[in-house]
Design a protein around this ligand. Structure first.
Ligand SMILES: [Zn+2]
Ligand SMILES: [Zn+2]
Length: 449
């Protein structure tokens, strides 16, 4: 099969040597290594995980993805739970809950939940299927690269596991007011969570690597001129010299090429400060309004909801909601502010620890969406005219935006800049020995395949 974009007569291109890769956290350049079972390769400069051994072939991944697609359809076709109050029974699928939130005048909550729990997870599975079919058939196409790039964009926004936890929290909250029962949709989402967590190992970087090995995308071996620095494409990871001039595009995937993320400081601060401002109404205003002739009208803030869960005896869930809805967003904003200040003021200390903190901030990002999902579910399930209705409060939309803005702020931040200030620019000569290291086994880095 033809190797896309690869010219064998070009002296700067060679498929015989392992390709170069750059650490996303400190910009050090490494040469890819072939891992043995249970091995992982970490960056010798900052300690970030670069490669992890996977015994699964593209065919195995395809089977898992097909299973995820079937379970995704089942999970969305059936109600997640049913609630009964005085003979009235109500059940709702996730899609119906989103539509109801929209109809009751909460388009922001509906749009956010619909996107991160239905549209983007579905798109993620379809894109994976599309890419894996090409990998299994060992064929390339024009849209393979576009699909790989798109998958990289949407992957952090797929939040099925958070939704499953939210269903449990919502049902515990309703259990005190009505009789609740789990429905097949919930089993579907629980299995989908396991499958999506397994598919989480199939990162866009790993897919690019699999496509390289199958010779479906080009692998350029860069030959920088003296003084010319190497950088990696943020979309496909291809290491290449950074050309002069304004219009810089990746050799392989045509994504815009930057030395560091453009305007990272201003963008990250602007997003973080907007999130911090919205954090106030998100916590001070009611996230949920209960209207019931029997229980009276009541408004609940995020912390009020935590206290209520504890009062119902669910200390474990109260703790989870408290951590996910209060500690995580606040801690995340403080951590981001510290990282931004440390980099802005060119502090050279604790770079490895700062890198770890940034990775934690990235990891916990989506879990704060928990309370927004809980409100969405309560709105859909506890809607009994004349007996009890629960509606989303103003804080639900504000809180959803806090989650989105802090995630965007973390994405805009460039942890490589801190390393630039502290140490000389990373290796720019690919013939020099790279600095990769293996955690579980001593291996000379840059081993030829
Ligand atoms: Zn690194
Ligand atoms: Zn690229």
């Amino acid at each position: 099969m033809a190797l896309r974009g690869l010219d064998p007569h070009d002296p700067s291109v060679s498929a015989l040597r392992p390709p170069l890769m750059a650490c996303e956290h400190c910009a050090a350049i490494h040469r890819e290594v072939i891992l043995q079972p249970n091995e992982t390769a970490a960056c010798g400069r900052c300690g970030a995980l670069l490669q992890r051994y996977s015994r699964l072939t593209p065919h195995d991944w395809l089977a898992l993805t097909l299973a995820a697609l079937v379970v995704f359809l089942i999970a969305n076709a059936f109600p997640v739970a049913s609630v009964a109050v005085q003979g009235q029974v109500r059940s709702a699928t996730l899609g119906q809950a989103v539509i109801l939130a929209w109809q009751t005048g909460h388009p922001l909550v509906a749009a956010l939940c619909g996107l991160v729990a239905i549209v983007l997870p579905g798109l993620q599975i379809l894109l994976l299927l599309h890419i894996l079919v090409y990998l299994c058939l060992r064929r390339t196409s024009v849209d393979l690269i576009s699909s790989l790039r798109l998958l990289g964009w949407i992957r952090p926004w797929s939040m099925v596991p958070v939704f499953v936890l939210a269903v449990l929290v919502a049902l515990v909250k309703l259990a005190g007011l009505a009789s609740v029962e789990l429905q097949p949709g919930m089993a579907g989402f629980a299995i989908l969570t396991i499958l999506i967590t397994m598919l989480g190992r199939l990162t866009p970087r790993l897919l690019w690597r699999l496509a390289e090995r199958e010779r479906l995308v080009a692998v350029y071996q860069p030959a920088p001129r003296p003084g010319q620095a190497l950088t990696a494409c943020h979309a496909c990871g291809q290491v290449q010299p950074l050309p002069g001039g304004g219009h810089r595009r990746c050799l392989r995937c045509q994504a815009a090429l930057h030395w560091r993320k453009p305007d990272w400081l201003a963008r990250s601060w602007a997003l973080l400060l907007t999130a911090a401002i919205l954090y106030l109404p998100a916590n001070l205003l009611p996230i949920m309004v209960i209207d019931s002739p029997l229980l009276g009208n009541s408004q609940h803030t995020i912390l009020g909801g935590v206290i209520e869960l504890a009062r119902l005896g669910s200390w474990d869930l109260a703790l989870i909601v408290f951590i996910a809805s209060f500690v995580v967003p606040l801690g995340k904003m403080l951590a981001l502010a510290c990282l931004l200040l440390a980099t802005q003021w060119r502090w050279r200390g604790n770079l490895a620890a700062r890198g770890q903190l940034y990775r934690v901030v990235e990891f916990v990002g989506q879990w704060s969406m928990l309370d927004v999902f809980v409100v969405l579910l309560l709105t859909a399930l506890a809607h009994f005219s004349g007996l009890m209705t629960i509606e989303a409060g103003v804080a639900a939309g504000a809180f959803g935006m806090v989650v989105v803005l802090t995630m965007l702020s973390a994405m805009a931040f460039d942890p490589r800049v801190g390393w630039d200030y502290a140490q000389p620019a990373p290796l720019s000569d690919p013939s020099s020995p790279p600095a990769s290291s293996c955690r579980d086994r001593n291996r000379s880095p840059g081993t030829e395949r």
